[in-house]
Design a protein around this ligand. Structure first.
Ligand SMILES: [Zn+2]
Length: 134
């Protein structure tokens, strides 16, 4: 099973479970997925971006060379849990002390990120890794 964050034509965000990604394609094409708020079947996946939230205070980042970005990312992820698409939910739980305080990283849609910011949750875009040429 796979959970997607979806958005209807009126920008309502909701979540739905599918057997797999082709199950998602099939059901949305057939109009079997409806927005729970307005009933629209014009549905698309909400874009998700990578984020990181860390316990403790952020350190000042030094410079912007490729190596420091790489090191900063490595440091950010070192003691952080990958919570995948549960980022918004987990960040909120930690913020409200319903979950143990720790660093996490994962993905959240723009709307989820905006809602978290409005609640005062502290998190940052995950620095993208420069392309590796192995
Ligand atoms: Zn809707």
């Amino acid at each position: 099973m796979i959970r997607y964050s979806l958005r209807c034509e009126k920008s309502h965000i909701f979540e739905a479970w599918f057997a797999n990604s082709s199950g998602y394609d099939r059901q949305v094409t057939r109009g079997e997925v409806a927005c729970p708020r307005c009933g629209s079947v014009r549905i698309a996946k909400a874009p998700m971006a990578p984020w990181v939230a860390r316990s403790g205070q952020p350190e000042k980042s030094a410079g912007g060379t490729i190596e420091t970005v790489r090191q900063a990312r490595k440091k950010l992820l070192k003691d952080a849990d990958n919570v995948g698409d549960e980022f918004a939910r987990e960040a909120r739980k930690i913020y409200y002390k319903e979950s143990s305080s720790r660093g996490i990283y994962g993905r959240a849609s723009d709307e989820e990120a905006k809602a978290l910011r409005e609640e005062g949750v502290d998190f940052y875009p995950l620095p993208p890794l420069p392309e590796d040429h192995h």
